[in-house]
Design a protein around this ligand. Structure first.
Ligand SMILES: [Zn+2]
Length: 474
């Protein structure tokens, strides 16, 4: 792409200056005091798209605006939807910043500011690459739709709604998101899997009031004892979760994935040292990375019952509650897991106890998996190698990004998670930074990606969403 590459080179300095301009707007979505600044950031992004000649709208929501921009139509070319966000986390604690969070500072090859990596810098890589195509070639090789929100840091509630209500308008062959990290410096990654989550609150009810454990102990079921036993009954000594049907829909780790994980050179010792733990545990038969990325897990997140103050109080509590969650992998269905859990809890519940189970629907989200041999993943791999000089590694992620599940379920589109950041960028922390080298490589990779996606053969594959044989359930 000689014209494009030359354009990127001669505009590199301006791209950095524009990034600093956007970074100087304190678009903190969580704090109402910044409402006008959030709006200013939306306007800045809108303006940028208008200057590219994209059909652009600032969409009002119940919260902060969404910016939606569409590139000039290219017939017989696929469509990619780019998702990003212009809002940022609060900058506190301010005194720990070496330079103020909203006065971008370029030093040691990085730009330091709140939002540098998460996500203004990463999001702009795709905007700048689109600019380069428009300016140097007069047109893009594919159709681009940009959906840039201002509420990512507060839960994306209005975006979810918008996607569900406007699925037709957002139709695309794949989604592109850069809002994460490379595996390590100079080891760019394609994240092709995310875990999902279901989150519950369990409340056990015993006697009609707190009782004296001396007078009553041993004659009635203690809800705290019962809670401990019930929670323990959800998992066995081999690390297998004991809920009917829990593993039925789990897509097994393929041989190719096992080998891929091994090649990453994950240092288990260092991982456990960092968190001050002296041994690996978990589901038998799996490595630590496999357990973190590709197997479902069960964790108690909070417990409360009885006396929590200082000293001793010999109470037999009337109630006990626990918050716990399961990280899910494709194709586990949150609804089916809840149904199985209720059956299992009924089985485990001792006499003298009633239980109530509430699921936190807002966190009920399935996992996602993008087939490694899909044309879109292959296109992204070629684009990354072109820009970074090294092929990407393939990683999965133990956490959940509900919006990606929404893209998958509502738009039926796979998401390419192409993080250009580094794990030490300090997203959500003081002194957030983004490497300027990664910024420019990200722009170059993005520019190449549009060309590669245009040529990747979406048409023959009816979009890139078709799950291929090798990734099918084993
Ligand atoms: Zn982000």
């Amino acid at each position: 792409m000689p014209n494009i590459d030359e354009y990127l080179q001669s505009n590199a300095e301006r791209f950095e200056a524009e990034l600093c301009e956007l970074l100087s707007i304190p678009s903190v979505s969580a704090d109402p005091a910044y409402r006008d600044d959030v709006r200013r950031a939306a306007d800045w992004v809108t303006d940028k798209f208008r200057r590219l000649g994209f059909a652009t709208e600032t969409i009002t929501t119940a919260g902060h605006p969404l910016v939606y921009a569409v590139s000039p139509r290219v017939d017989d070319a696929p469509t990619a939807l780019v998702y990003g966000h212009y809002d940022v986390q609060p900058p506190d604690p301010l005194e720990q910043w070496i330079t103020p969070p909203f006065e971008p500072s370029r030093r040691d090859g990085n730009v330091y500011a709140r939002g540098a990596s998460d996500d203004k810098g990463q999001m702009l890589t795709h905007v700048n690459s689109a600019e380069a195509w428009m300016a140097a070639e007069g047109r893009l090789p594919i159709n681009l739709k940009f959906l840039i929100e201002g509420e990512e840091e507060t839960g994306s509630e209005n975006l979810e709604k918008y996607i569900v209500e406007h699925a037709g308008r957002l139709a695309c062959d794949c989604v592109v998101v850069s809002d994460g990290a490379q595996f390590a410096p100079n080891r760019p990654a394609i994240t092709y899997g995310l875990r999902g989550i279901v989150y519950y609150e369990l409340r056990l009810i015993g006697p009609n009031r707190d009782l004296h454990s001396g007078s009553f102990g041993g004659s009635v079921t203690n809800p705290a004892n019962a809670l401990a036993a019930m929670l323990a009954g959800l998992i066995d000594e081999h690390g297998k979760i004991r809920i009917p049907g829990f593993y039925d829909d789990v897509i097994q780790i393929t041989d190719r994935e096992r080998k891929g994980f091994e090649l990453l050179g994950f240092d288990e010792r260092e991982y456990f040292d960092q968190i001050g733990v002296d041994c690996a545990i978990g589901e038998e038969g799996y490595t630590t990375l496999q357990r973190r990325w590709a197997r479902p897990t069960y964790d108690i997140n909070g417990l409360s019952s009885g006396y929590q103050g200082e000293g001793a109080k010999t109470v037999l509590p009337a109630t006990a509650t626990a918050k716990f969650s399961f990280r899910l992998v494709p194709d586990q269905d949150p609804g089916k897991i809840t149904a199985g859990l209720k059956l299992r809890l009924a089985e485990l519940c001792p006499p003298g106890i009633k239980f109530e189970l509430h699921s936190h629907d807002f966190t009920g989200s399935p996992g996602v998996l993008v087939p490694l041999d899909s044309p879109a993943v292959q296109a992204a791999a070629r684009a990354i190698e072109y820009a970074f000089g090294t092929p990407p590694v393939y990683t999965r992620e133990g956490g959940s990004i509900p919006i990606v599940a929404t893209f998958h379920n509502v738009l039926k589109a796979d998401t390419l998670l192409l993080g250009w950041g580094q794990s030490d960028d300090g997203a959500h922390s003081p002194n957030e930074k983004f490497s300027l080298a990664d910024f420019h490589r990200g722009i170059k990779a993005s520019a190449k990606l549009w060309e590669e996606l245009a040529a990747c053969g979406f048409a023959e594959n009816v979009g890139c969403v078709k799950r291929t044989e090798s990734d099918a359930k084993q």
